[in-house]
Ligand binder design. Structure first.
Ligand SMILES: *[C@@H]1O[C@H](CO)[C@@H](O)[C@H](O)[C@H]1NC(C)=O
Ligand SMILES: *[C@@H]1O[C@H](CO)[C@@H](O)[C@H](O)[C@H]1NC(C)=O
Ligand SMILES: *[C@@H]1O[C@H](CO)[C@@H](O)[C@H](O)[C@H]1NC(C)=O
Ligand SMILES: *[C@@H]1O[C@H](CO)[C@@H](O)[C@H](O)[C@H]1NC(C)=O
Ligand SMILES: *[C@@H]1O[C@H](CO)[C@@H](O)[C@H](O)[C@H]1NC(C)=O
Length: 485
């Protein structure tokens, strides 16, 4: 009998109905893994009568009854949270360039119960019934995620007592504060007795997340390129002397001049051949990324699910992971067929019939895609970003952690530090190195009132994957209020 479940039954917390629903979601085993080392549940949560979000819930390896619950989002928009489950910080992971799944010795569920939510509807194995259900924006995404989370607690009511944290990466820099704010708003309704269930939200965690569109990503990119020694000073000087500016996804129109246009293109030309997600990471087999010589057609694979053949595209290029960048780089870069490819074996694994069955995915559900371009294409970005939420959450005393892999080219540390300085919050503990092993600096950390900001030294966007031990230590200690430095 499974520990968390039997305790819940002892406490009499689950009704027969929720017990049955939850048993349906129980994962009995995972192909290529001998025996699961924690309880896993995988199933669907209603976000609306027609939108059903897929989740995987993995219990803590240490103390599931008392450890915090942490909800996790990957970004995109359009990318699946199974990317983190199976590549970054889940109990079993597939690494770049490896064609097997293995035990992760440093998973986030070491001392946390982790809820991976595939959001919004249409992403990964999450489904919807109406065409209009696939159109999302920052606010609608967070409303759906709140509805799904409330439904999750219906199946897992014993976790209402545990601390709750929301977390995410990349575009999750928007999703995460938004959902935390939605939970906070929901709890305000409990106060005035409009709803019953209060969620025990303690705070949120963002990794390399987009937050403030006036500084994040494109507006900071020329400085990042210069400071990483990738462009000459003259190029940055020209860009600045002409007051050039470009915004993420053209949320505000770029400077309309030939010199700005040309200089922006020149700057972008110079990162051709580098790994945008980790500017110092090699782009060769064995270096962490595969230089893919396979053609687009070679990436199309098919699998028999039930009596139907489903086709899917293996892996993702940075263009698929961040399709909005198409508006921002020269045509020549787009046409290259040699963009590094990530996660091709994960695509094969997640689309296997036995893996789908193990994760309780019904046959009618679409094949699994790492990032769904059409969800991304139909997503409406909101210019206000998530910056405004930090100020509200501070006022209500929530804890916030922002960590940043400091060699990321996608959501670079430099932009993050710009909006953090715009907050102008008092410093509680000065900037200092933090360690995981005695002799190696893991990164630097500074604590403001309400916000801890930590860098992860020498890795980029997928910091939890590329420095597992360090990021898991930061994460675990932070949610347990244990010292980090
Ligand atoms: C950009 O500038 C050109 C000429 O200076 C003008 O014709 C064009 O309408 C401008 N475009 C935008 C989007 O403002
Ligand atoms: C900027 O470059 C794009 C092509 O990359 C072109 O379509 C556009 O007209 C250019 N704008 C200006 C103002 O030069
Ligand atoms: C597949 O099986 C389902 C029921 O199991 C049936 O309704 C459907 O017609 C079958 N489709 C094909 C193409 O054979
Ligand atoms: C991607 O999103 C679209 C909706 O925009 C959805 O119809 C489709 O099932 C999703 N997944 C795949 C693999 O296409
Ligand atoms: C919006 O979604 C539809 C299908 O749901 C898809 O056909 C279309 O290409 C998407 N639009 C964009 C811009 O991706």
């Amino acid at each position: 009998m499974r520990k968390a479940l039997s305790v819940a039954l002892l406490l009499g917390l689950t009704s027969k109905l929720t017990e049955a629903a939850r048993m349906q979601d129980l994962v009995l085993g995972l192909p290529d893994i001998d025996r699961l080392n924690a309880d896993w549940y995988s199933g669907y949560l209603d976000a609306s009568p027609t939108k059903h979000l897929h989740y995987v819930f993995v219990t803590s390896l240490t103390d599931p009854i008392n450890d915090p619950v942490v909800l996790w989002f990957n970004g995109g928009p359009g990318c699946s949270s199974l990317l983190a489950l199976f590549q970054e910080h889940g109990p079993y992971v597939i690494d770049d360039g490896e064609y097997y799944i293995k035990t992760n010795p440093e998973p986030w569920n070491k001392r946390a119960n982790v809820l991976y939510l595939e959001s919004p509807a249409g992403v990964g194995f999450s489904i919807a019934e109406l065409i209009s259900d696939y159109q999302h924006n920052d606010m609608s995404q967070s409303k759906d995620a709140l509805a799904a989370l409330l439904n999750w607690y219906k199946y897992f009511p014993e976790y209402l007592r545990n601390d709750l944290y929301i977390s995410g990466e990349s575009y999750g820099g928007i999703y995460t504060p938004y959902l935390a704010w939605q939970v906070h708003q929901h709890n305000q309704l409990v106060k005035v007795k409009k709803v019953k269930t209060k969620l025990n939200l303690k705070g949120f965690i963002v990794g390399n997340g987009a937050t403030e569109w006036d500084v994040d990503i494109s507006p900071s990119f020329p400085d990042v390129m210069y400071n990483f020694n990738l462009i000459p000073k003259s190029m940055l000087d020209t860009y600045k002397a002409n007051d050039c500016v470009n915004y993420f996804n053209d949320l505000k129109p770029p400077t309309n001049s030939t010199v700005c246009n040309d200089t922006w293109n020149d700057i972008n030309d110079l990162w051709d051949g580098l790994n945008w997600y980790d500017l110092f990471r090699q782009v060769v087999p064995g270096g962490g990324l595969l230089k893919q010589s396979a053609s687009e057609e070679d990436r199309i694979r098919s699998v028999l699910i039930g009596n139907e053949t489903k086709t899917y595209k293996a892996g993702y290029t940075f263009l698929e992971y961040a399709p909005w960048i198409k508006k921002h780089i020269p045509q020549r870069l787009l046409e290259q067929s040699s963009h590094p490819l990530l996660g091709d074996y994960l695509s094969d694994y997640a689309n296997r019939a036995d893996v789908r069955r193990a994760l309780n995915i019904p046959d009618h559900v679409q094949p699994w895609l790492e990032c769904n371009d059409s969800i991304n294409g139909n997503y409406s970005y909101q210019y206000e970003g998530s910056f405004w939420i930090y100020k509200i959450m501070k006022q209500y005393g929530y804890k916030m952690l922002f960590y940043s892999g400091d060699t990321d080219g996608a959501v670079p540390t430099y932009g993050t530090r710009r909006w953090i300085s715009m907050l102008n919050w008092p410093v509680k503990k000065q900037w200092t190195p933090w360690y995981t092993d005695d002799n190696q600096v893991s990164g630097y950390i500074i604590s403001y009132e309400g916000l801890d900001f930590a860098t992860i030294h020498g890795v980029g966007h997928m910091a939890p994957q590329w420095k597992r031990r360090d990021v898991t230590k930061l994460f675990t200690n932070w949610i347990h209020n244990d010292p980090i430095v």
